[in-house]
Design a protein around this ligand. Structure first.
Ligand SMILES: Nc1ncnc2c1ncn2[C@@H]1O[C@H](COP(=O)(O)OP(=O)(O)O)[C@@H](O)[C@H]1O
Ligand SMILES: [Mg+2]
Length: 397
C-alpha cells in the first residue's frame, strides 16, 4: 500500500473488546464480566453528557432507572445536540415517552426494556457499534477517492472526471467533493469548469509537510458550494518542479478535507502515480470502442494490476458509445474479449452536449441535463457508491 493506504485500513470487528464505554447507572457495573467484558469502561455521572468531547467514547450505556427522568431527558437532549455523539443504549424498567423521544434525536440509539438478558445487551451494543461504524462520523473516515485515467489521449477522462465530481456534489447528503487535476503541465479540468486554477506546488520542494488544510483551501478553486477544483496553472515544467512528497501530501490532506476526492490522473507514469492509485478506492480506465483504445486500456489495466497486486482492480469505462457506429467497430462482446475483462460501465456519445458544455464552461449536467451522458454517469456513480458501501459493510462484519 502506498502513502495513502493507511487511511483506508480496515476497521476491526464490532465486538466490545477495547471499546470505550461510558456507563451511567450503578446497576450497570454488574455487566462488567458479561456483555462489557474486554471493553474499556468508565462508570460516570449524568452531567458528563453535557459536554462530551467528540470521539471520547464509542458507546454510552444508560440505566434509565438510575436517574430522575427529567434530568436524564435534559442530559440526553444535550448529547443529541453535540457534534458526532456516540451511540447510546438505554436500558430500564421505566422509559417515559418524553425520554424516549429525546433519545431518538440521536442518530444511533437503542432501547432495551427490563427484564433483559446479558446476551440481549451485548447484541444491542454490537448492533449500535456496527451501525455507527457504517456511517462514519467525520469527513476523514468517510473520504472516498476515485482515480480516473484515459487509456489513450482524448478518450474522455477529463470530461468524465468533471461529470463524476459534479454528480457527487449534487447527490443527496452534504459531502463535499474535490476534483484534483494531476495533469500539472497541461490540465484541462479548469477550462472544462470555466474557472481559474490556483494550485502551486513548485515551492514545496522538501517541505511537503507545510501543506495543511488551510494551504489546501488557498489552492482550491470553488466551483460550487460543494465542489472545489484543485488544479495547477499551465506550466511546462510543473511535473519536474512538483515533488512526489508534495503531490502525495496534497492528496492526503484532500482526503482529510473532502468526503469525495476525484483524481484526473495523467496517462504517463510519474514518480507518484502508483502511490496515488494505491491510495484510491477505485481506478477507472476510460476507453473508447476502437481497437487501439481497447488494446491500450487492456495494457494500462495490466500494468496497474501488476504493480499494485490484486487489491485494486481497475474498472474499464467505455466512453462515447454511439447508437450508430461509423465504419466497422467492435461489438461489446468483441471489446470485452480484447480487454480480457468486462467493462464496468458504458457512457453514451453526445458530441453536441460535450462540446457545448466545454465551450460554455461547466459540467454537461448543468448545460445539457437531458443528455444521455448525464444519466450514464449517474448510473456509474451510484454503482460505485453502492459498491463502496458494500465493502465497508464487509469490513465491519
Ligand atoms: N461521451 C462523450 N460524447 C461525446 N464527446 C465526448 C464524450 N466524452 C468526451 N467527449 C469529448 O472528447 C474530447 C476529449 O475529451 P477529454 O475529456 O478532454 O479527454 P481526455 O481527458 O481523456 O484526453 C472532448 O472534446 C470531449 O468533449
Ligand atoms: Mg484530460
Amino acid at each position: 500500500m502506498g502513502v495513502l493506504g493507511s487511511k483506508w485500513a480496515p476497521a476491526g470487528p464490532p465486538g466490545l473488546k477495547g471499546r470505550r464505554v461510558l456507563t451511567l447507572g450503578a446497576s450497570l457495573t454488574a455487566l462488567a464480566d458479561g456483555p462489557l467484558a474486554g471493553a474499556d469502561v468508565l462508570d460516570g455521572a449524568l452531567d458528563q453528557l453535557d459536554d462530551l468531547a467528540a470521539g471520547a467514547f464509542d458507546l454510552v450505556l444508560i440505566d434509565a432507572d438510575g436517574w430522575e427522568a427529567a434530568a436524564l431527558g435534559v442530559a440526553v437532549k444535550a448529547l443529541a445536540a453535540a457534534k458526532a455523539p456516540p451511540p447510546v443504549l438505554m436500558v430500564g424498567e421505566s422509559l417515559p415517552a418524553g425520554l424516549v423521544r429525546n433519545l431518538l434525536r440521536l442518530e444511533h440509539a437503542d432501547i432495551l426494556e427490563a427484564p433483559y438478558s446479558p446476551e440481549q445487551v451485548l447484541a444491542a451494543m454490537q448492533g449500535l457499534l456496527a451501525a455507527a461504524q457504517a456511517t462514519p462520523a467525520g469527513p476523514a473516515s468517510e473520504s472516498r477517492c476515485w482515480a480516473v485515467s484515459g487509456a489513450v489521449g482524448g478518450s474522455g477522462a477529463t470530461t468524465l472526471a468533471v461529470e463524476i465530481a459534479h454528480a457527487l456534489s449534487t447527490r443527496r447528503g452534504k459531502g463535499r467533493v474535490a476534483l484534483v487535476d494531476l495533469n500539472f503541465a497541461d490540465g484541462a479540468a479548469a477550462a472544462y469548469f470555466g474557472v481559474a486554477p490556483a494550485m502551486r506546488l513548485a515551492e514545496f520542494g522538501a517541505s511537503a509537510e507545510r501543506i495543511d488544510q488551510a494551504m489546501l483551501q488557498a489552492f482550491a478553486t470553488p466551483v460550487s458550494d460543494r465542489l472545489d477544483l484543485l488544479a495547477h496553472p499551465r506550466d511546462a515544467n510543473a511535473f519536474e518542479t512538483a515533488s512526489r512528497e508534495a503531490v502525495l501530501r496534497v492528496l492526503e490532506v484532500a482526503c482529510e478535507t473532502y468526503e469525495w476526492v476525484i483524481l484526473d490522473v495523467p496517462r504517463h507514469r510519474r514518480s507518484w502515480t502508483l502511490d496515488a492509485l494505491a491510495g484510491a478506492d477505485e481506478v477507472l480506465v476510460i476507453s473508447e470502442l476502437t481497437v487501439p483504445a481497447l488494446l491500450a486500456a487492456r495494457a494500462f489495466s495490466d500494468e496497474i494490476e501488476d504493480a499494485l497486486g490484486a487489491a485494486l482492480k481497475p474498472r474499464i469505462v467505455l466512453n462515447r458509445l454511439a447508437s450508430r457506429m461509423f465504419g466497422p467497430a467492435p461489438s461489446m462482446a468483441e471489446a470485452e474479449r480484447a480487454l480480457q475483462r468486462k467493462s464496468a460501465a458504458g457512457i453514451s456519445s453526445d458530441w453536441e452536449a460535450a462540446a457545448a458544455s466545454a465551450n460554455l464552461g461547466g459540467p454537461i449536467a448543468q448545460h445539457r441535463p437531458k443528455s444521455k451522458i448525464v444519466k450514464d454517469v449517474q448510473v456509474l456513480v451510484e454503482m460505485l457508491a453502492a459498491e463502496s458501501l458494500r465493502r465497508d459493510g464487509a469490513r465491519a462484519a
